[in-house]
Design a protein around this ligand. Structure first.
Ligand code: GLU
Length: 505
């Protein structure tokens, strides 16, 4: 194992980054920082057919938004570049040449039609055909053909792929996964995987292993979907004569029901994002909403991902990125799949909205409510936020509390019908006089005056407070009425009482 901790996040630019991908990046980042190592971003773009324009910049922007910053790699530089596989062809060719000369790989000249024919023939007998030790010698490749036949094919520029020569059956591949423990797979189930395609480009397997070696990667932390490829990768390291990195395969993020992998469809159906940022599919123009655009703060999103598959072993749920760097390690990664809970995601955002100093939200609030608060002082904006932040899950939801910005158009009729007694309007008219008398119209003074008024009239809280709330806000719930009256000011309070009384009568 290399002595320095070096990990990489190696997405393929085939579309937007799924939140599971962001979690993989996060765990790599935390692990590297925890151990004073390197976190590398590598773009695995060998599959030209699946390449989607814009995907790389989406990945970079998403990582930047989350604060999961690589210290080396694509778009940053470093000593092991280039960090885009499409720019590393020479290296793959060189490494393939060593495998060919040591007999661990071979050239296969079988045409797609020939491959089809053997597959169909096997199917007809109810079998699944694969290119391996048992079938290899009956195919057209540099192992089965004579040297002169191979040379003639090469001279005629016949297309070929390069395949890995899987060891004979009955050979067990063994390795240990940091999260899953000891793993043993029989090569009987493995086939002679293509390492280089007929177009001369390497496949994922070859490029991935060659790059991890040449970039001195110490730990491969990646999604569970790559676990089936790991035995092949281990054999490739062995064939090259290289020490393999340590593997850590992360479990899937599961649907809210717990059944199966969380997919874009689940997000569409459940009304929650799957991607960190908005993504417009360039093929059909379809927009998928992102966490960012849905109003999540990156800290909340990252915190939510942290706990979706990792546990500190304690009760703490809120972690800043720095705290996560301290606390994170691979033994805390949970072996079973982590079920995604959209309500919990929202909960994290609420916690972040409420725990930060209110002033942190001032400029975003001014932006969101620009038309409504353009003539408000900062102080007034901050009092509005003070009242509202505990009532919303996302900052933009403050706009739903329209009474903060203007007198209510309507008053909850059901509540009026239920709670408005013949004497209620009179109480409010009397209360106006009380409010007019208050010297300094602030929340504590309003409260004192209001209570004295109730006492004088021998009234309970409910008889006047709810009606007051209804005329000031139009609804039955909301912030403290003393805070709120002080916030809108004496004049507006009196005006709203009049407007309300007119509406009710
Ligand atoms: N390019 C692979 C992916 O998109 C990376 C797999 C790995 O990390 O080895 O997920």
């Amino acid at each position: 194992m290399a002595s320095r901790i070096r990990v990489r996040f190696a997405p393929s630019p085939t579309g937007p980054l799924h939140m599971g991908g962001v979690r993989t990046a996060l765990y790599n980042y935390l692990f590297a920082r925890k151990h004073g190592g390197d976190f590398i971003l590598r773009i695995e773009d060998t599959d030209q057919k699946r390449y989607v324009p814009g995907a790389e910049s989406y990945i970079q922007e998403a990582l930047a938004w989350c604060g999961i910053l690589p210290n080396e790699g694509f778009g940053i530089s470093g000593d092991s570049g280039p960090y885009q596989q499409s720019k590393r062809s020479d290296l793959y060719q060189r490494e393939l040449a060593t495998l060919l000369s040591s007999g661990r790989a071979y050239k296969a000249f079988d045409t797609p039609e020939e491959m089809d024919a053997v597959r169909k023939a096997a199917e007809a007998e109810g079998k699944v055909w694969q290119y391996d030790a048992s079938t290899r010698m009956s195919m057209r490749n540099s192992f089965s053909l004579s040297n002169s036949e191979t040379a003639a094919l090469e001279a005629s520029n016949a297309p070929f792929t390069i395949r890995f020569c899987m060891p004979e059956k009955n050979h067990d591949v063994e390795f240990s996964d940091v999260i899953r423990g000891h793993i043993r797979v029989s090569t009987a189930v493995l086939d002679d995987k293509v390492l280089m395609k007929a177009d001369g480009l390497p496949t994922y397997h070859l490029a991935n292993v060659v790059d991890d070696h040449h970039m001195a990667i110490s730990h491969v932390i990646r999604g569970e979907e790559w676990l089936p490829s790991a035995p092949l990768h281990v054999l490739l390291y062995e064939a090259f004569g290289w020490d393999p990195p340590l593997f850590a395969h992360l479990s899937l993020i599961l649907k809210p029901t717990g059944n199966g992998k969380l997919s874009k469809r689940d997000g569409d159906q459940g009304g929650f994002p799957i991607f960190p940022l908005n993504w417009t599919d360039p093929t059909n123009g379809q927009l998928s909403k992102g966490y960012r655009e849905n109003g999540y703060s990156p800290e909340a999103f990252v915190n939510m991902l942290l706990l979706l598959g990792w546990s500190s072993g304690g009760e703490q749920e809120l972690f800043s990125l720095e705290e996560a760097v301290e606390a994170f390690d691979l033994p805390g990664v949970i072996k079973s799949g982590a079920r995604f809970n959209p309500d919990k995601a929202r909960w994290f955002n609420e916690q972040y909205l409420r725990q930060a100093p209110v002033s942190d939200w001032l400029s975003a609030f001014r932006e969101i409510a620009s038309d409504l608060v353009s003539d408000w002082s900062d102080e007034k904006c901050l009092s509005a936020l003070d009242m509202l932040l505990e009532r919303v899950s996302f900052l933009h939801e403050v706009l739903d509390h329209t009474y903060v910005f203007e007198a209510p158009d309507t008053i909850d009729e059901k509540l009026v019908a239920k709670k408005w007694k013949p004497e209620t309007s009179g109480y409010l008219t009397d209360l106006k006089e009380v409010f007019e008398q208050i010297e300094v119209f602030d929340s504590p003074s309003i409260e004192v005056a209001f209570k004295a008024f109730l006492e004088e009239k021998s009234l309970g809280f409910g008889a006047v407070l709810l009606p007051l709330r209804l005329v000031l806000t139009g609804a039955g719930g909301g912030p403290s009425m003393f805070d709120f009256a002080a916030f809108i000011g004496r004049e507006e309070t009196l005006r709203r009482i009049d407007l309300g009384l007119a509406k009710v009568s």
